[in-house]
Ligand binder design. Structure first.
Ligand SMILES: [Zn+2]
Length: 321
């Protein structure tokens, strides 16, 4: 028997059972780096699917890319996953943050190109759409990855990140940027407080104007604008409407971390502490965790993800939703 969205509304992230969305969701927009327009459709998926991207412009099984650390590749300024057939999906992190933050275990994301639309630069529109569609529990227990021994990674530039044991998903993040408009910011989050939607989901990505030209020369940020990013110019925020919240930049970093941590393949029980987090650092961290089985355990029963099983299943599930 399936629970209705109302039964788990607001507490899906703490549900004992795996969840999915009740009805499909279609969204579209420009990719911030490619400038290419893309359409995504989120589909309900059966238990143990995980977060599975499906490039509908690529035929057969080669179009499926599981959002998992084992498929994460080093990419500039966004999180990118790639399968054995070299099929890539870029900029998955804001979707992943919404799924992790809302407690959605299973979903298939159809996309007609290589880059997820930036939308408004945050997860707000995705969260709103998911709330509208509804979240429902499946019949299968949720599994967590629980940190049981500390893991730390660092980059040569002073940025570092660590995971340590904690009874819930916790973040403690700080940033220190030279632009005085951003400067030093710190943010702490505990999933038990259920503040994701209010304090993190709407926080937008940010950059400095001096870096925009460099990104464009590198073939990036072709779709970037003041509609999808906070832009600082030597202490001045160029966006007319100003910030949506205090410390919006570090809260966006929290959003990115939530998304990247979901590459562990299941919700995390543990505490992330990080100075100057970024996608490369977060990807290294989740890969370091999964490479050392002595630092984590799977709580409740776990089943291996299988990309070949869910292809037909969502249709049946959607019909019953
Ligand atoms: Zn981001």
């Amino acid at each position: 028997m399936r629970q209705t969205a109302d039964n788990i509304s607001g507490t899906a992230s703490m549900s004992a059972m795996q969840t999915t969305i009740q009805t499909p969701i279609t969204m579209s927009g420009v990719g911030v780096h490619s400038g290419r327009h893309a359409v995504i459709t989120l589909h309900p998926a059966v238990a143990d699917t995980g977060i599975l991207f499906h490039r509908v412009d690529i035929e057969g099984d080669d179009g499926f890319v599981l959002a998992h650390a084992s498929n994460a590749i080093e990419a500039q300024l966004c999180t990118t996953i790639k399968n054995h057939a070299k099929t890539e999906v870029r900029m998955v992190e804001h979707l992943m943050a919404a799924f992790h933050g809302l407690g959605i275990d299973n979903i298939i994301v159809e996309i007609d190109g290589p880059e997820v639309p930036i939308l408004d630069g945050s997860s707000a529109m995705i969260v709103e759409a998911i709330n509208h569609a509804g979240i429902m529990a499946t019949d299968s227990p949720r599994t967590y990855i629980e940190i049981i021994a500390p893991v730390k990674v660092e980059l040569g530039n002073g940025a570092w990140a660590s995971l340590s044991p904690a009874p819930s998903l916790q973040l403690d993040i700080d940033i220190d940027f030279s632009d005085p408009g951003i400067g030093k910011q710190q943010f702490a989050f505990n999933s038990k407080d259920d503040r994701f939607q209010d304090e993190i989901a709407g926080a937008r990505t940010f950059c400095m104007l001096k870096d925009v030209e460099k990104m464009r020369l590198a073939g990036l940020a072709k779709g970037g604008s003041l509609d999808n990013a906070l832009v600082y110019d030597d202490g001045t925020l160029l966006n007319e409407g100003g910030l949506r919240m205090d410390n919006e930049c570090v809260k966006h970093k929290a959003l990115d971390c939530l998304g990247d941590l979901y590459l562990l393949g299941m919700p995390l029980k543990g505490r992330l502490t990080s100075h100057m987090p970024g996608h490369r650092l977060s990807t290294l961290l989740v890969q370091a965790v999964l490479a050392d089985s002595s630092c984590y355990r799977i709580v409740a029963h776990a089943q291996a993800h299988n990309v070949s099983t869910p292809i037909d299943a969502p249709i049946a599930l959607a019909a019953t939703a």
